[in-house]
Design a protein around this ligand. Structure first.
Ligand SMILES: CC(C)(COP(=O)(O)OP(=O)(O)OC[C@H]1O[C@@H](n2cnc3c(N)ncnc32)[C@H](O)[C@@H]1OP(=O)(O)O)[C@@H](O)C(=O)NCCC(=O)NCCS
Length: 324
């Protein structure tokens, strides 16, 4: 028996940061950002709003749509690289605020692949007898963004998405998941300071070591190749062909990456889910945020074959094939 996505939910903070706003912060232009990334605006948290606040809203909406009570959840997996604090896990804060009293809870750290990694772990638990697992991707990327670096600050945004996983049927639900990592390329996208290697200090702050550093151009090329590979792997593993896919939901990193990947896969534009124009790259939140939008807007219907593919820091890459 497969695990199935019983409900979805998402939440983005109200504050909108447009490309015009960024023009006033760094040397950039709306034209450059739209042409090179496809992003027009992103959402940012208000001061005092943290990862758990976004996760809570998304989780509550997912529970409501799944018609599952928080007290019935067995496990909470929160994918994030921007948790409220480094200790305890943000999943534990969420467990308390949801009133999910019997749930075990932990964070999953796999950057932009975090949601697909967490989905894969949740799937394994449901298949081996667990009843309900709450899987969330929630990020406050604005907290680790250097707002004076035009190479990175135009890309990221804040948000959260969640799903409730429970028992499905033999021919629907999560059909397979595929996870990969290559730590040799860890410095392609990283936050060098603020952890145990370079603990928080005045120097770390002054040298902007607690913010995302990224080799954008090299990352771009690997992202296209890895997401294509992961997508092909999921399709092959299930004996279907790319033409059978009803909706492709890739990690929302850059419009040019998404278009290049779907072109290589031979997928028509109408099968590609895009919402990064409104939210930018929200890391682990990006796929569940797009998934919830696709469900809400009825782009996903019962029986549809939905392909998820992600890529991110680590480096990590991953995919999942879901029969709705
Ligand atoms: C970051 C990214 C948008 C840059 O686009 P690009 O086409 O690769 O641009 P380049 O890095 O080659 O830079 C081209 C020029 O634009 C400039 N530039 C960079 N950011 C700019 C900005 N926001 N506004 C205006 N110019 C900018 C660069 O300084 C460079 O100028 P130069 O030629 O004078 O040196 C693109 O590489 C990308 O999206 N990479 C993947 C990043 C990603 O998705 N990371 C997360 C993965 S989960």
């Amino acid at each position: 028996m497969n695990s199935a996505i019983l409900g979805t939910g998402s939440y983005v903070p109200e504050h909108v940061l447009t490309n015009a706003d960024l023009e006033r912060m760094v040397e950039t232009s709306d034209t450059w950002i739209v042409e090179r990334t496809g992003i027009r605006e992103r959402r940012l948290v208000e001061s005092g709003q943290a990862c758990s606040d976004l996760a809570l809203e998304a989780a509550q909406r997912a529970l409501l749509s799944a018609n599952v009570k928080a007290s019935d959840i067995d496990l909470i997996l929160l994918a994030t690289c921007t948790g409220d604090t480094s200790l305890p896990s943000t999943a534990c804060l969420l467990q308390h605020r949801l009133g999910a009293t019997k749930a075990a809870a932990c964070d999953i750290s796999a950057a932009c692949c975090g949601f697909v990694y967490a989905l894969s772990i949740a799937d394994a638990y449901v298949k081996t007898g667990m009843r309900y697992v709450l899987v969330i991707g929630a990020e406050v990327m604005s907290a680790i963004t250097n707002w004076t670096d035009r190479n990175t600050c135009v890309l990221f945004g804040d948000g959260a998405g969640a799903v409730v996983l429970g028992l499905g049927s033999p021919d629907s639900g999560v059909l397979s998941t595929h996870l990969h990592a290559n730590g040799r390329l860890s410095e392609m996208i990283h936050v060098p300071g603020g952890g145990s290697k370079e603990p928080a200090s005045r120097e770390v702050l002054d040298n902007k070591r607690c913010y995302i550093h990224m080799k954008g151009n090299e990352t771009f090329k690997i992202a296209v190749k890895s997401m294509e590979e992961a997508a092909q792997e999921a399709v092959k593993a299930n004996g279907v062909i790319m033409g059978d896919i009803d909706l492709f939901i890739p990690h929302q990193a850059n419009m040019r990456i998404l278009k290049a990947v779907s072109q290589r896969l031979g997928l028509a534009q109408e099968k590609l889910m895009i919402n990064l124009d409104k939210f930018g790259n929200t890391s682990a939140a990006s796929i569940p945020l797009a998934l919830d939008e696709a469900v809400q807007s009825k782009r996903i219907q019962k029986g549809h074959l939905v392909l998820l593919a992600a890529f991110g820091a680590g480096l990590t890459w991953a995919s999942a094939l879901v029969r709705w």
